[in-house]
Design a protein around this ligand. Structure first.
Ligand SMILES: *Cc1c(COP(=O)(O)O)cnc(C)c1O
Length: 429
C-alpha cells in the first residue's frame, strides 16, 4: 500500500499546523501511523491522495448519514451559492430549518443555530445556569461534549486516546463547578444530588455514549436522571450531537421515550457543514438574547448554505424513515458477522452495536462505563486498524470511537468488511 503522498503532505503539514491536523484524532497517533490525507469521497467510499480507495466507516464522524456527495443534497446548490454566501441578516431557510428540528424532537419548542457541537453544549449550559440561577453541572465520565472549558473533564475520545484526563489550560476555578459522575450509575447521581442538589443547574449526558466507544445508557438510568433532575429543579440536557437524527429521526429522546429539558445537536444537522443547534422548552429558550438575559451570538450562525444542506438532509430523513430500518439491518448484519468471526477465531473482543453505531472493543466486557472500556487492549486495536486499512477499510483511528454506517453503504460493502475482519483478526491473533 503506497502512502507516499500522504506522508509528503504530512511532513509539510506539521510545519504549520500543530500535529499536522485540525482535530487530534485525525493524527492517527494511537494506531501508530501518520495521517492519511483524503482527496475525495462518493457514496460509501473515500479516496486518499495516493489514489487508495476505502470503504469509509468514519463518515466525517457521523454527519454523512446519506454518504459522501449525495446528489439529493447537492442539486442546485450552485445557484444558492451564487446568490450570496452569508449576510449576517436573517434568511427564510433558517426558519424552515428551526421548524423541522422543533417538529422532530419531543419537548423541544424553540431552537438556536450555532456553528458546532461545542458551541451547542457551551450555550446550553449557559442557558441552564441562567434559567436556574445555579452554577454546578453534572457530566459523566467518558462523555465528550466538545472542547468547552467546563465540560473538558474526563471526556473520552481524543482525551483518553492521548491520556489527558483534563486539558491543560483549563483553570481549576472553572471546573470547580463541574461534577463528574459514573455513567450508568444512578446511585452515584443520587448521592451527588443529596449533597449538592440545590446548586445543580443541569445534568448533561450523551444518552448513548459515542466518545468512549459505543456505550448505551440503561433505560432505567436515563429514567432515573429524568426523575431526579425534575425533583431537584435541575435541567436534563441530552447531548444528541451524534445520536440526533442517527439512532432515529427523533434521536435518543424518541428511542428511550424520555423528554429532556434541552437537547444539543450537531453533526448530521449540518450534513458535513459546520453546524450545531441547541433547543429546549419555550420558557427556557426565552432566556436567550435578544428576548432574555443570557447572551449568545454568532456571525455565521444559521449560514444560508449550511442551512440549505441541513434542511435537505433532515427532509430526506423525514420523508424516508425506512432509511433507519435499513441502516439498522446493515448494522445487525455487520454485528453478527463480526461476532461469528470473533467466536470462530476465539479473540478476546466484543462487538457492541446500538442502532447504526458500532464499536469493536478489544476486551471482554460488559461495557457499561468508562472504567470498563479502559480495560481494552488499544495496541490490539491499532494492529487491527492497520490490517483493515490494508484491506481498503477506513475505521476510526482510535479504539474509543464509534463506526458509523450510512445509507450509501451496500450489503456488498458489509459482506466485504466482514470478510476483511476475519482475515485481519486472524493475522493479529
Ligand atoms: C462531536 C461531538 C461534540 C462536539 O461537536 P463539534 O462539532 O466537534 O464541536 C459534542 N458532543 C458530542 C456527543 C459529540 O460527539
Amino acid at each position: 500500500m503506497n502512502l507516499g503522498k500522504s506522508k509528503k503532505i504530512y511532513d509539510e503539514a506539521i510545519k504549520y499546523i500543530p500535529g499536522g491536523v485540525n482535530s487530534p484524532v485525525r493524527a492517527f497517533k494511537s494506531v501508530g501511523t501518520y495521517p492519511i490525507f483524503i482527496k475525495k469521497g462518493h457514496g460509501s467510499k473515500i479516496e486518499d491522495e495516493d489514489g487508495n480507495k476505502y470503504i469509509d466507516y468514519i463518515c466525517s464522524w457521523g454527519p454523512l448519514i446519506l454518504g459522501h456527495s449525495n446528489e439529493k443534497l447537492l442539486e442546485g446548490i450552485d445557484d444558492i451559492l451564487r446568490s450570496g454566501i452569508s449576510f449576517g441578516l436573517p434568511t427564510k431557510i433558517e426558519v424552515d430549518m428551526a421548524k423541522l428540528i422543533v417538529e422532530s424532537y419531543n419537548g423541544i419548542e424553540m431552537v438556536r443555530m450555532v456553528n458546532s457541537g461545542t458551541e451547542a453544549t457551551m450555550s446550553a449550559i449557559r442557558v441552564a445556569r441562567g434559567y436556574t440561577g445555579r452554577d454546578k453541572i453534572i457530566k459523566f465520565e467518558g462523555c465528550y461534549h466538545g472542547h468547552n472549558d467546563c465540560l473538558l473533564v474526563k471526556s473520552g475520545s481524543g482525551t483518553i486516546t492521548y491520556g489527558i484526563p483534563t486539558s491543560s489550560g483549563v483553570p481549576a476555578d472553572i471546573i470547580k463547578n463541574t461534577i463528574v459522575c459514573k455513567y450508568n450509575d444512578l446511585e452515584d447521581v443520587r448521592k451527588t444530588f443529596e449533597k449538592f442538589g440545590e446548586d445543580i443547574a443541569a445534568v448533561i449526558i450523551e444518552p448513548v455514549a459515542g466518545n468512549m466507544g459505543v456505550v448505551p445508557s440503561d433505560k432505567e438510568f436515563l429514567e432515573g436522571l429524568r426523575r431526579i433532575t425534575k425533583e431537584n429543579g435541575s435541567l436534563l440536557i441530552f447531548d444528541e450531537v451524534i445520536t440526533g437524527f442517527r439512532i432515529s429521526y427523533g434521536g435518543a429522546g424518541e428511542v428511550y421515550g424520555i423528554e429532556p429539558d434541552m437537547a444539543c445537536f450537531g453533526k448530521i444537522i449540518g450534513g458535513g457543514f459546520p453546524v450545531g443547534a441547541y433547543g429546549g422548552k419555550r420558557e427556557i429558550m426565552e432566556m436567550v438574547s435578544p428576548i432574555g438575559p443570557v447572551y449568545q451570538a454568532g456571525t455565521l450562525s444559521g449560514n444560508p448554505l449550511a442551512m440549505h444542506i441541513g434542511y435537505r438532509i433532515l427532509k430526506v430523513l423525514k420523508e424516508n424513515k425506512n432509511i433507519y430500518k435499513e441502516l439498522e439491518e446493515k448494522a445487525i448484519m455487520m454485528e453478527e458477522g463480526i461476532r461469528r468471526n470473533i467466536e470462530e477465531l476465539n479473540i478476546n473482543a466484543k462487538i457492541v452495536r446500538f442502532k447504526s453505531m458500532l464499536t469493536l472493543f478489544f476486551g471482554k466486557g460488559p461495557f457499561k462505563n468508562f472504567d470498563d472500556v479502559q480495560s481494552c487492549d488499544i495496541e490490539m486495536y491499532a494492529k487491527y486498524f492497520n490490517e483493515m486499512l490494508k484491506r481498503g477499510i477506513m475505521l476510526p483511528p482510535a479504539q474509543f470511537e464509534g463506526m458509523f454506517l450510512s445509507a450509501a453503504h451496500t450489503k456488498k460493502d458489509i459482506e466485504y468488511t466482514i470478510k476483511a475482519n476475519y482475515e485481519a483478526l486472524k493475522v493479529i491473533k
